[in-house]
Design a protein around this ligand. Sequence first.
Ligand SMILES: Nc1ncnc2c1ncn2[C@@H]1O[C@H](COP(=O)(O)OP(=O)(O)OP(=O)(O)O)[C@@H](O)[C@H]1O
Ligand SMILES: [Mg+2]
Length: 255
Amino acid sequence: MLTEVTATRYITPLREGGSLPGLVEGDDLGVYVLKFTGAGQGRKALVAEVVAGELARRLGFRVPRLVTLDVDPVLGLGEPDPQVQALLKSSGGTNLGMGFLSGALGFDPLAFPVSAEEAGRIVWFDALVNNVDRSWRNPNLLWWRGEVWLVDHGATLIWHHNWPGADASAARPYDARDHALAPFAPDVAAAAATLAPLVTEDLLAEVTAEIPDAWLEGEPGFDTPDDLRRAHARPLLARAAAVHEHIRHVQEGDR
Ligand SMILES: Nc1ncnc2c1ncn2[C@@H]1O[C@H](COP(=O)(O)OP(=O)(O)OP(=O)(O)O)[C@@H](O)[C@H]1O
Ligand SMILES: [Mg+2]
């Protein structure tokens, strides 16, 4: 399970990001980006953040620390924005906190160098988790202390919105033509050779164990949170070995 932190102060809305994440302080004095359980895609977006984020971390990517943030809606009483008030009101209980990278810059492909090797690893990972949210329009990559960090995995694992089709999605192609790192000649074959063997049943069990029960309970078709954890691991395990063969790259004249 992720470390449990209680939010003690709502600092400010981030003013970026469709789900209106906020900045909060925790009872451990850490500062976190708060992703609300009451936001658009609800708890499934938070499950995706945890599964993709914790998997990425274990594969060696830089991902901000993830914790659960217990939120008391009274925290928002002084917040003038009615949208934020409403989010806080509908998000009492367990939310997601992501360590705030203070001073991080949005990724700029013209300003920050990325090797073909690192680009390949990130594109391969995004293909594995079906990440449609790493385009050049909205890279969800941060540049912090001279390195690339991955954020915003709420739109990954699209198959968990439709469980009957989840296993079939293992063979679905990934379109990397709009990927933020497409210009860096991503070497996905090299990435697949080193990363795919690491995606084992044991590793995925460890990753899915991090999902809080509160976001898994009551899913139609599943008796227990652990059943649903296993269902999250299965498509990733099936997809890992061959996903690099299903990545569509930039081609002449495509743009
Ligand atoms: N851990 C972090 N540290 C610093 N800045 C962050 C962090 N997480 C997110 N941000 C900033 O806040 C923005 C919005 O966050 P994020 O992309 O996670 O939210 P979202 O609502 O899911 O966004 P989207 O509009 O992409 O769906 C990011 O693009 C980034 O600039
Ligand atoms: Mg984003």
